[in-house]
Design a protein around this ligand. Structure first.
Ligand code: G3P
Ligand code: MG
Length: 251
């Protein structure tokens, strides 16, 4: 048995990097998270038209770049021409969409652990996991890696092709059959939305010894409430805010 990534998980995970203060999923946001003292960053992974794993949240480039259209319909060369920072602030005009290999090299350097959220285009789940496996071969990761996804097919593909990397199932609300879903995907952890916090379900999951992480938490009160309930980590757009708090002791 391989040790679980959850043994190394910190209570604060930078959500898409320090995405409250820098353009999400870019090098600037990752660097800022590390600068602010975060030990973990979460980013979203999908593939380009030519099957390269890239760090991007949306299906299309409209919101977070100066381009238009679907990520899956543009080659890496095309995606690399886009400005991924100006939409956030002119200060970040030089930011580019990262490939997963770019990100792995950067996180190796920054000594940052990574939660790679697999966000496949529906129908391209297996290709997305293959692309991730290829990137991990090209740039071996030196720190702790945790996979997560809302997509059961992506998790199953990860279980098959990269079995040693700890997996988590992402959901919005906690499903009644959470245990079955974790089993079906060989997942260790459950990540859910803070808006759907359910103290009874959380107590059950905690009692079962299943690690939980919760997104997106940008205020002290919510973070403290969740940590007290046994949640191992919260995803935040403002790591600095939550890192100023007394952090939870082991639970
Ligand atoms: O992985 C946690 C969180 O990032 C899931 O939601 O939409 O921010 O990727 P989203
Ligand atoms: Mg995400």
């Amino acid at each position: 048995e391989h040790p679980s990534a959850y043994q190394h998980l910190s209570p604060v995970i930078a959500h898409r990097g320090a995405s409250g203060l820098a353009p999400e999923n870019t090098a600037a946001a990752i660097e800022l998270a590390a600068q602010q003292g975060a030990h973990w960053a979460e980013v979203d992974v999908t593939i380009s038209a030519d099957g390269i794993a890239v760090i991007f949240h949306d299906n299309d480039v409209n919101r977070c770049t100066d381009g238009r259209g679907l990520v899956i319909q543009q080659t890496l060369a095309q995606l690399k021409t886009l400005d991924a920072g100006s939409w956030f602030s002119p200060f970040y005009a030089n930011q580019r969409i990262l490939t997963l290999t770019d990100l792995l090299a950067l996180a190796n350097q920054l000594e940052l652990n990574l939660n790679l959220e697999i966000k496949p285009t529906i129908g391209r789940e297996v290709e997305t996991v293959w692309a991730m496996a290829k990137a991990l071969q090209q740039v071996p990761f030196e720190h702790t890696l945790l996979f997560s996804s809302f997509n059961m097919l992506a998790l199953s593909a990860a279980q098959q092709h990269l079995p040693d990397i700890t997996r988590a199932l992402n959901v919005e609300a906690i499903p009644r059959d959470w245990q079955q879903r974790l089993e079906d995907t060989g997942s260790t952890g459950l990540h859910f939305a803070a808006d759907f916090f359910d103290p009874v379900a959380v107590a059950d999951i905690h009692a079962a010894g299943t690690p939980m992480a919760v997104y997106t938490v940008n205020d002290h009160e919510t973070a403290q409430k969740l940590w007290k309930a046994g949640v191992k980590a919260v995803f935040t757009d403002y790591p600095e805010r939550l890192l100023l708090l007394p952090l939870p002791t082991d639970h």
